[in-house]
Design a protein around this ligand. Sequence first.
Ligand SMILES: [Mg+2]
Length: 258
Amino acid sequence: MAIEALLIDLDGVLYIGEAAVPGARNAIRYLEDQGYPFRFVSNTTRRSRRSIVSRLASMGFSIPEEHIFTPAAAAAAYLAGDRPQSALFLTTMEVADEIAGLAGIASDPVTAGTVVVGDAGDRFTYRSLNEAFRLLLGGAGLVALEKDRSWMGADGMTLSAGPFVAALEFASGKEARVMGKPSPHFFMEALASMGAGPTEAAMIGDDVVTDICGAMACGLSGILVRTGKFREEALARAPCQPSAILDSIADLPGYLRR
Ligand SMILES: [Mg+2]
């Protein structure tokens, strides 16, 4: 089926570290010129949406905040739900402030009913993980902003939130509720904002598991790029095979024109 709308991953697809992927700006301009609706679905959980927008602007991408879907925004909607309660945020300060602000809840380790885990970087310490573990034992729920294994940082492959979420699950016996990719709810919400159905849409990403297999399980096409965290070994052992593989997003216009 022809591709009529796109979901686009950010990290490893549009940029790596502080640098735009060569040809990425042209590819986005092509989508705009051709009138393709598109949204960005990112599992980046170190930065708030506002800071993602300004970082993208510094790389020459002009993208409105409401076109970017992040696990933090999904978590805020979830936490603001039926019974809002305070949370312990095992995330960067920036993301903790964003979620607490959007959800209208307090960040309080004493009364926390939920432990929220994102990519906390250097804030993952034995002490902070053990504090989260004790809250889970005391009955708190576990929310994972994402459960990715790794991402490509400016200086090399970098642990994401997944390994720490897995450690907390292993220790507590609880299963985390995942907010970002590959949660079907996350993909479907981004599609709904464009009025697009899954079978007419494609997801383009560098993570074969969360981006590609996650989207394909929802009925989208999956376009894997060989930039960012792409590894042949990860592709070989993936639970699905992509609909297409491109060297980078620079090849997207040619692929859509074919
Ligand atoms: Mg990525």
